[in-house]
Write a protein that binds this ligand. Sequence first.
Ligand code: ADP
Ligand code: ASP
Ligand code: MG
Length: 464
Amino acid sequence: MFVLKFGGTSVADQAAIVRLVEIVRASGPQSVVVVSALGGATDRLLGLAAQAGAGDADGARENVRLLLERHLQVAGVIADYGLREDVERHLGEEFGALARVVSALAVLKEVSPRWLDAIAATGELASSRIVAAALESRGLPSAWVDARRVMVTSAEHTAAPPLMAETEARMRHELIPHLSAGRIPVLGGFVGATVEGVTTTLGRGGSDYSAAIVGACLGASEIQIWTDVDGMLTADPRLVPNAKVVPQLSFDEASELAYFGAKVLHPATILPAMAKNIPVRILNSRNAEARGTMITASRPATGRPLTAVASKRNVTVVNIASTRMLMAHGFLHKLFGVFEHHGTSVDVVTTSEVSVSVTVDDVRRLPRILEDLTAFAEVTSSSDLAVLCVVGEGIQGDATFVSRLLQALGPVPIRMLSQASERRNITIVIPDASLPAALLRVHDAFFGESADVGRGFSRAEGDR
Ligand code: ADP
Ligand code: ASP
Ligand code: MG
């Protein structure tokens, strides 16, 4: 049994949905389909929620109307009149309810995270209905499944972690009967609900995570992430136009790349797959023939130290110095306790004898964090930075890798550098303005025409 997840661009319009139908047909009836909202719809929904929060009821309602119009247009792909009429009625009800919600919120001029989730969820609830009916109308027996009935999460709105035991029980109970009857279950990704039934979302880009959870709960033989690129590329193609497809990745490499900014996979996607040892494949819905990227527990050695480069922009570094306290027992515990207390995770950490530097992505609680740290240390912070992360199972066996990396970076000023022992990545913090050039330099040195593959003193990866 396969889980096929289609991202926003893979369901963006009628032509995309026709391609989706043919991909699912080729996959066979033992498939579960997980879909994102129509491309751009989640941004629109969050945009109109913000409009409502600012008191602009008319503007928000007009955007609801435009979004409904787009969905009705895309629903034209449903080839059967009765099925299309049914979906049109559901869409009218969903968006009608949304219009009433935004009207009320515009009066209150406040949109709580709970309402934000209810609004954002409309995108996946609507797209999944269109896709289920499109499959059915084109000869593939399907069943729409309300994701809120099967994806059980905590109540941490806008980034709610799934409750796995409960979710597994519900998924098996709701989805297996459809599969046994030869129907393809179709559900929206990204969306869930608390045990009490309050709508939640898993966080931006969370449909990949939903698909992996479905796969793990049902013991799928493969989780396929259908998107708009040919697979995991050696770098972000928006910054490195000549990035190439990486045919095979290990779970660990994929996790690191996703965590450090390879948007093609939500960072949590690999965890459920890894727990059940289910391969994850990244494929292009516009180029279904391409082989994509296969992600498994281990992969064959390639002879290259580096597998890919990932990057994250808009990163802030907090530098914490305390000559008196640094080496004292419990200092790091106290320091990280402050970040934990404010629910903020740190990504890269370096320490020197007198200071600790950490990077943070989410700066919403930074003022409070700085205030608390100031109570026992000297603290400074700087923004406009970027993280560049090079990932590869072959790094640890290559004695000259770091020097070649630094040479490739050339004049790029390095603010932090970290390599964990026995690990497969090196993270570097540099000014955000230097990121595009730095990525091109590193990519060219390790993947370009003249890349010196295998140079340096390298153990075979299999030797480890
Ligand atoms: P979907 O809507 O299918 O979930 P996303 O937009 O979330 O698609 O992810 C796909 C995009 O991720 C690609 O179009 C590409 O611009 C971006 N991306 C960033 N880094 C990488 C990478 N290393 N490999 C592939 N794509 C990447
Ligand atoms: N539609 C959601 C988003 O845009 C989830 C996803 O596409 O994965 O974030
Ligand atoms: Mg995505």
